[in-house]
Design a protein around this ligand. Sequence first.
Ligand SMILES: Nc1ncnc2c1ncn2[C@@H]1O[C@H](COP(=O)(O)OP(=O)(O)OP(=O)(O)O)[C@@H](O)[C@H]1O
Length: 249
Amino acid sequence: MSALTLRGLTVRRGACPVVDAVDLSVAPGEVVGLLGPNGAGKTTLMRGALGLIAADGVSSLAALPPRARARAAAWLPQNREIAWGLSVADLVALGRLPHGRGGTPADRAAIQGALAAMRLETFASRRATALSGGEQARVLIARALAQEAPLLMADEPIAGLDPAAQIATLELFAQLARDRRAVLTSLHDLNLAARHCTRLVLLDKGRKVADGAPRDVLSKTNLASVFRLDAALIETDAGLVIDPRGVLA
Ligand SMILES: Nc1ncnc2c1ncn2[C@@H]1O[C@H](COP(=O)(O)OP(=O)(O)OP(=O)(O)O)[C@@H](O)[C@H]1O
């Protein structure tokens, strides 16, 4: 059974569709990278899929009542602002809200597991608002992990993280997929997307223009037509490397 199914998902802003009749299915075991230039519709697609904004078409998630939806999908928005001066552990514990009143052994295990996964154990009693931007981003990822939902939807989760934390986060997503969970994540780093996602979906002006294996989606033609990039594609021992060399007119 798929973790998310979209059929003809369309979101209009004014008269214009900014997400235009997108069909998409994400299955357990997949890390699906959502790519596209600024304004392509990645955030809007995920918010429409979650039922956070009005959309036409079908989303298997948006069709669920709120509590069932919160158990079915964890959402990491692009906006990383932490407004409350909670401890890191208490903030991560908020991820358990869909499961009840909290405080059970399962809740404690999920919170500890999420803190460990994001290497935050030593920060547990620190005030989240007193952490650096990248540390706060890791706390918010931990909150989403603590939710233990079958699907994680993350909007540019590695933005602002240092290189090691970026790779560690994507390796963690791969581990979630090996545990038969599913991840849908928007990314701007094409090389990390190529290396760490099992599948890529490319959006351009709200439309899905490619969906498949990373090396098929990140073709020279797609890089040129969608990203306006003149890029060399280099095969290495570690896989495909994309070397952007210039911007096309
Ligand atoms: N509240 C809004 N009102 C009007 N237009 C909006 C609104 N939110 C987004 N848009 C427009 O919808 C389009 C898609 O925006 P979206 O944020 O989904 O893009 P994105 O692919 O996530 O971009 P980025 O990579 O910059 O985060 C953009 O043209 C944007 O200007």
